[in-house]
Ligand binder design. Structure first.
Ligand SMILES: Nc1ncnc2c1ncn2[C@@H]1O[C@H](COP(=O)(O)OP(=O)(O)O)[C@@H](O)[C@H]1O
Ligand SMILES: [Mg+2]
Length: 564
């Protein structure tokens, strides 16, 4: 293939040379047969190359696109922390690279090939010209050089525009998704948001479009001057050639060669320029890809083997990457097997504390110690292997029930007994029993599956957490769908089922966690009280106050009888 394309490059100077020979043979009566054969061959190559190229291009393109997508996913997976997902630049890059990956890599290959082909042609034609006057090639090249430079510059600029427009094009994607996907569909309809999102989409599009148009105009107009200069070089050479033949210094064959050569040269030089400048644009893509692949995580696995054990937060403070302070000087100890409750109002820092425990972030100050060793020192995979959790925003995967459960422990995917036993313990079995295909029922409407209610999804998430063999179980208020009594019962049951495990329960409903060995009370990022329920009630502090307030509320609502 490569050989064919390069051969294609040779055919141009060859055919010019052949026509010269043909003309000269008229005088000498030489053999026309070889000439004709060579000429046919050079055209034959051209006929072969085109369909072959497009055939290969399609196949290679798909593969390269998937390959780059895999590279991006693998890179994202390399990050053990959450910081990339909080960084808009990360999304911009992912989207830009993902989109460009559909054509840039292949275009780079084909452009390089065409570039080489044109280079071969141009060099061939130039050397033909060089045989007549050594300075001809130099003249032609120097007149074309500014055009090449200008075109390269423009390609780089248009790449920069592309990079700069990512925020807008992502916003367009976002607005479109609001109209075309399931989750926002209810609010869009009830609140009549269609026109709103569409106008946001259109406005963003128009801004982007006019920016792109400006860019295109610049691309079209700016190179005209330099192209003229290149043409001027060619015209001068042409004038010289005609003069020379008029004075009789060049024969008819030479004249023909030169006229053809100059004409073709102009075409091929502009092809060459286009390819060089396109290559410089492609280069930008690869630079960006390389930059992305070179990103290094700030959270890195430590060298030491991890053992599960005593967890200590020692003067831990934490600020999110955007500067928001979420925890301040928090210290406490969790003994192995303890049942801990983390309570506090919305925004107190409960989920943040859980994220630090999972090492999705490192503390900005202070330390988290596991059996006295800093968590940062420990092998992260091993540490995470000890933890199972139901996060506040747990995953609802559009997969089968079986797969949804087995995500907690992929080895159990084929083990119906274990899956169903875990489902029984979490109360999810009833749901499975009523699904048309049981464990193999597909979930989620977008793929033709069954939709679950909020509470059912939640039980599914809890079952998944059970299935994972862990030493530390975390339940971070996945209870939005539950009333206070159901949450209370769930937490009781959870603690009971996890007898030999360390458990951390998170809630803002104080009644749910009376049974905890130790209750940690967070308020605006600070740990203000800690102790068992009776101890905290005796202290008559913030916990006792809030507890009484909530108990009063529950009594009024008739939700539960609580003795305090
Ligand atoms: N990813 C984030 N980036 C910046 N600030 C955050 C982020 N997540 C939470 N916060 C802020 O940190 C504080 C604590 O949040 P969080 O730990 O989620 O509270 P809780 O779980 O107790 O309701 C809040 O003020 C919240 O706005
Ligand atoms: Mg939370």
């Amino acid at each position: 293939m490569v050989v064919l394309i390069l051969l294609q490059g040779v055919t141009l100077p060859l055919s010019i040379y052949l026509s010269k020979l043909a003309i000269e043979s008229v005088g000498t009566g030489g053999s026309i047969l070889t000439l004709t054969a060579l000429w046919a061959l050079s055209i034959g190559i051209n006929i072969l190359v085109e369909p072959l190229t497009s055939l290969l291009a399609g196949a290679i393109n798909e593969k390269l696109t998937a390959h780059v997508a895999m590279m991006l996913m693998r890179k994202a997976d390399e990050f053990p922390d959450l910081s990339p997902f909080e960084d808009p630049a990360f999304y911009n890059e992912v989207q830009l690279l993902g989109r460009q990956a559909t054509h840039r890599p292949l275009n780079t290959v084909t452009t390089s090939l065409y570039f080489s082909r044109d280079l071969v042609s141009v060099l061939g034609v130039l050397s033909l010209l060089g045989t007549l006057a050594w300075w001809l090639p130099l003249l032609l090249l120097s007149f074309t050089y500014p055009h090449v430079l200008r075109s390269m510059k423009l390609q780089e600029m248009s790449w920069n525009t592309l990079v700069g427009s990512q925020a807008d094009s992502r916003a367009m994607d976002y607005f479109r998704t609001q109209m075309l996907s399931e989750a926002p569909a209810k609010e869009v309809r009830l609140f009549g948001l269609g026109a709103f999102f569409m106008s946001r989409y259109r406005n963003t599009f128009e801004r982007l479009h006019s920016q792109m148009n400006r860019d295109r105009r610049r691309q079209a107009i700016q190179p005209v001057l330099t192209a003229m200069l290149s043409l001027l070089g060619n015209v001068s050479a042409f004038v010289w050639v005609v003069r020379e033949s008029q004075t009789g210094r060049l024969g008819a064959g030479d004249l023909l060669v030169l006229v053809q050569a100059l004409f073709q040269l102009q075409l091929r030089l502009s092809g060459l320029t286009t390819h060089v400048s396109l290559l410089s644009g492609h280069l930008k893509f690869f630079e960006s890809l390389k930059g992305f692949m070179g990103r290094t995580p700030t959270v890195r696995s430590g060298p030491r083997g991890a053992d599960f054990g005593r967890i200590e937060f020692r003067n831990v403070s934490f600020r999110y990457p955007d500067g928001r302070e979420a925890l301040q000087d928090v210290s406490f100890v969790i003994e192995p097997g303890a049942k801990i409750a983390l309570v506090g109002e919305n925004g107190a820092g409960k989920s943040t504390l859980i994220k630090l425990l999972c090492r999705f972030y490192d503390p900005t100050e202070g330390q988290i110690l596991i059996n006295g060793t800093d968590l940062r020192e420990l092998a992260l995979d091993q540490w995470r292997g000890f933890i199972s959790a139901v996060f506040q925003d747990f995953g609802k995967y559009y997969l089968t029930v079986r797969e949804n459960l087995a995500l907690g422990n992929l080895e159990l995917a084929g083990n119906d007994e274990e899956l169903l036993e875990a489902a029984r313990r979490s109360g999810f079995l009833d749901v499975v029993d009523r699904l048309p295909r049981g464990l193999d029922a597909m979930l989620g409407k977008p793929f033709g599956g069954t939709e679950l209610s909020g509470g059912q999804w939640q039980k599914l998430a809890i079952t998944r957490a059970y299935i994972r063999p862990a030493k530390l179980l975390i339940l971070d208020e996945p209870t939005a769908a539950l009333d206070p009594r159901a949450e209370y019962e769930l937490y009781q049951q959870f603690t009971h089922l996890a007898q030999d495990k360390t458990v951390v329960l998170v809630t803002h409903r104080l009644a749910s966690v009376q049974m905890a060995d130790q209750i940690l009370v967070l308020q605006r990022g600070r740990l203000i009280e800690q102790g068992s329920h009776p101890e905290l009630m005796r202290q008559m502090g913030e916990y006792a106050k809030l507890y009484r307030m909530q108990a009063e509320q529950y009594k009024l609502e008739g939700v539960m009888q609580i003795d305090s």
